[in-house]
Design a binder for this molecule. Structure first.
Ligand code: NAD
Ligand code: MG
Length: 392
């Protein structure tokens, strides 16, 4: 029986790569549902190829447009609209596997719904885990969901750890997780150089082709900060057990260091289809359509420490994880508002870290009791961020 897959955020960079891998294995996988926010043309094209049972868009107007086009084409895909429909296609009984590839906080509820329904959840949407941390991991355990990290670094670490790695790193002889970072397009730049950079420069990543939000996060190193928090939750690590290693070639995707001196690394070309195929097929391995790694062409691997004075977002994220409670949700919300403002030309690049720090100072850290606490912290941090922007 083929596995039935829902792809949340199907029209994005990860969503598109996921559909490429699925298309290589029609005998193994069927697409149950595809979702997008506003990109209705792209979703229509995907429906023509993958023939899902369901498609979801944000507004009823876009859904009606898609319904009409699908009717004309004689396709039976049912179209729904809105946030509740995202939750429905994530938890549907027919679905085995959910690719969580919506960007930002908007992905939290459908991703959690998939977890609570005990699905195999392929987690690309790191913001969901950063926001809800302990709640998310508790739900994974309680509902016996299978959580497979798709973020390339976490997927690499997952591959470098023993198969059963719950219960803390020390129990398995792991001393440190080495989280590699390309350094982004501005590696080696000073804070002064960074003041005038444009969204186009920030989105031109040297090694990876990604959506605009994560591209800006990679340029500011907030992406590495979010990943540090993500690693702490996924692998039960303390922030001081995760070391960020700048590795400009992006060939080693991350490593685990063991007490006997061994360091295990996962290598490959920087292509998200590798971790996606790993998550889809785990514990088996399938063809991903990725070019084989040619070590002679790579020739050398370089490593250097991250520059936290020019890129304060990494430090802000580490501090948020250490502060605990709602602090990571506040960090994430402020960053989402800051990145949007930067992409719209309303905030300079170095303003991203400044805005995140201001919102952090303005919002108390609260214990996370339930999802409502997280959603309230997110909303109030967004408000504080917008207020700060309005005063500039
Ligand atoms: P993207 O911007 O290319 O795509 C985002 C997708 O989510 C699109 O389908 C979009 O329609 C949908 N979407 C956006 N806002 C939405 C909303 N409010 N409600 C519902 N749907 C919405 O992003 P991406 O680069 O594919 O990244 C997706 C997630 O994966 C992010 O959390 C990112 O951090 C993570 N990730 C991406 C990469 C990568 O290589 N692109 C690598 C690691 C992790
Ligand atoms: Mg990553």
């Amino acid at each position: 029986m083929p596995r039935r897959v829902t792809v949340l955020g199907a029209t994005g960079s990860i969503g598109t790569s996921t559909l490429e891998v699925l298309a290589l294995h029609p005998d193994r996988y069927r697409v149950h549902a595809l979702t997008a926010h506003r990109s209705r043309e792209a979703l229509l094209a995907q429906c023509r190829v993958h023939r899902p049972a369901l498609a979801v868009l944000d507004t009823e107007a876009d859904a009606a447009w898609l319904r009409a086009r699908l009717d004309e084409a004689g396709l039976a895909t049912e179209v729904r609209a809105g946030a509740e429909a995202l939750v429905e296609v994530a938890e549907a009984a027919e679905v085995d596997t959910v690719m969580a590839a919506i960007v930002g906080a908007a992905g939290l509820l459908p991703t959690l719904a998939a977890v609570r329904a005990g699905k195999r959840v392929l987690l690309a949407n790191k913001e969901a885990l950063v926001m809800s941390g302990a709640l998310f991991m508790d739900a994974v355990a309680r509902h016996d969901a299978t959580l497979l990290p798709i973020d390339s670094e976490h997927n690499a670490i997952y591959q470098c750890l023993p198969v059963e790695h719950r219960g803390g790193l020390a129990r398995h002889g792991v001393t440190q997780l080495l989280l590699t970072a390309s350094g982004g397009p501005f590696r080696g730049w000073t804070a002064a150089d960074l003041a005038a950079v444009t969204p186009e420069q920030a989105c031109a990543h040297p090694n990876w082709s990604m959506g605009r939000k994560i591209s800006v996060d990679s340029a500011s190193l907030m992406n590495k900060g979010l990943e540090l928090i993500e690693a702490c939750w996924l692998f039960d690590a303390r922030p001081d057990q995760v070391q960020v290693v700048v590795h400009p070639q992006s060939v080693i995707h991350s490593m685990a260091a063991y007490s006997d001196g061994s360091v295990i690394a996962q290598l490959g070309n920087p292509d998200m289809r590798t971790p996606i195929a790993y998550g889809l097929a785990w514990p088996e391995r399938i063809e991903a359509g990725v070019e084989a790694l040619d070590l002679f062409r790579v020739a050398r691997l370089d490593f250097e420490p991250a520059d936290e004075s020019a890129f304060p977002c990494l430090r802000l994220a580490r501090e948020a994880m250490a502060a605990g409670g709602t602090a990571p949700a506040v960090l994430n919300a402020a960053n989402e508002v800051a990145v949007e403002a930067f992409l719209d030309g309303r905030l300079g690049f170095t303003g991203i870290g400044e805005l995140v720090a201001r919102v952090r100072d303005a919002r108390p850290v609260e214990a996370v009791r339930d999802l409502e606490t997280v959603l309230a912290a997110d909303a109030l941090a967004r408000q504080a961020a917008h207020d700060w922007l309005a005063r500039q």
